[in-house]
Design a protein around this ligand. Structure first.
Ligand SMILES: C[S@@+](CC[C@H](N)C(=O)[O-])C[C@H]1O[C@@H](n2cnc3c(N)ncnc32)[C@H](O)[C@@H]1O
Length: 288
């Protein structure tokens, strides 16, 4: 059964949508106002049903990073109902950035997010793609939107996909040394719930903090399906996921690049070990 607070199979996200679109100040103060839309989502999560959004405290940490780094292109893996999309998309736009991409696997969550993003007035600045993140990364790579790299990659989807999707981004050449920053939600080893701490699965931080040798050792534990004679990045740029798949690649499990090493820019810890309120980890790619 688990904690009923976290039982999310009750349609609460649709209730949130109904709630927001029936507020009396919808047209007067919510439309076109990202901060007001976010405040209503936070209020709903506090007073009615718990949501798995990043929330205002960790959200502010990432918003400050955006204001400081001024990313042109930011990509989030796991858009859910659009809270972080609206918060960070707005911050990227305010910082003079070009575009925000939100990748979400669940079509119901994405439909809700789409309406809330539109309500907040950010529709033209944000692209929301509904598919497993690895397929959307391939699709956007093919479209050339990442030709100058991803400036901030925000990982907030399923924990067991953080590493495989980071590996794909590395392999496709989407991360640039001295520039690209990774922001990962809830990856600290503190707290009791560690979905990634299973015996044979490396933890996200093993990779992001690891040396070249440690990362080579991590990759040896996996059976990758890697055709020897074809460069994945070229293939995906030319023909997207279809070309890669027909050449024998499994985009869901592509080896990372051990020579890409990261420098930690800090870990913000909330002091709470609730399921989605623990920490946010920030690291920058330094070598390739
Ligand atoms: C913790 S929620 C994201 C919260 C959101 N970033 C926020 O702060 O408002 C995780 C989301 O990741 C999505 N997700 C899980 N696996 C995914 C995948 N492989 N690709 C894209 N989205 C995924 C889930 O459907 C869920 O909506």
């Amino acid at each position: 059964m688990g904690n009923p607070k976290y039982n999310r199979e009750d349609g609460r996200e649709l209730v949130l949508l109904q709630h927001i679109f029936s507020l009396p100040h919808l047209e007067t103060s919510l439309r076109g106002n990202p901060a007001a839309v976010l405040a209503e989502i936070d209020r709903f999560a506090r007073e009615q049903s718990h949501l798995i959004h990043i929330g205002p405290e960790k959200g502010a940490v990432v918003s400050s990073l955006i204001a400081e780094r001024k990313p042109q292109i930011m990509v989030e893996l796991g858009g859910y109902v659009g809270y972080s999309t609206i918060l960070f998309g707005h911050a990227v736009r305010q910082a003079g950035g070009q575009h925000y991409f939100s990748l979400e696997i669940n079509p119901v969550s994405a439909a809700i997010a789409s309406l809330l993003i539109d309500l907040a007035g950010l529709k033209n600045f944000i692209t929301l793609l509904v598919a497993p993140a690895h397929l959307s990364l391939a699709r956007l790579t093919r479209q050339g939107v990442f030709d100058d790299g991803i400036d901030v990659l925000f990982l907030d989807h399923f924990k067991d996909r953080y590493l495989p999707d980071l590996w794909l981004a590395e392999n496709l050449g989407l991360l640039k040394p001295g520039k690209s920053v990774l922001v990962a939600d809830n990856v600290s080893r503190r707290g009791s719930r560690q979905e990634t701490d299973e015996p044979n699965k490396p933890h996200y931080l093993d990779w992001v903090r690891g040396s070249v040798e440690q990362k080579e050792e991590i990759l040896q534990r996996f059976a990758f399906n890697v055709p020897s004679d074809v460069q994945l990045a070229e293939m995906v740029r030319g023909g997207g996921d279809a070309a890669a798949i027909s050449a024998g690649w499994d985009l869901a499990l592509v080896p990372g690049m051990p020579r890409m090493t990261y420098e930690s820019l800090g870990q913000y810890y909330t002091g709470r070990d609730d399921f989605n309120e623990k920490d946010v980890d920030i690291a920058q790619l330094i070598a390739q």
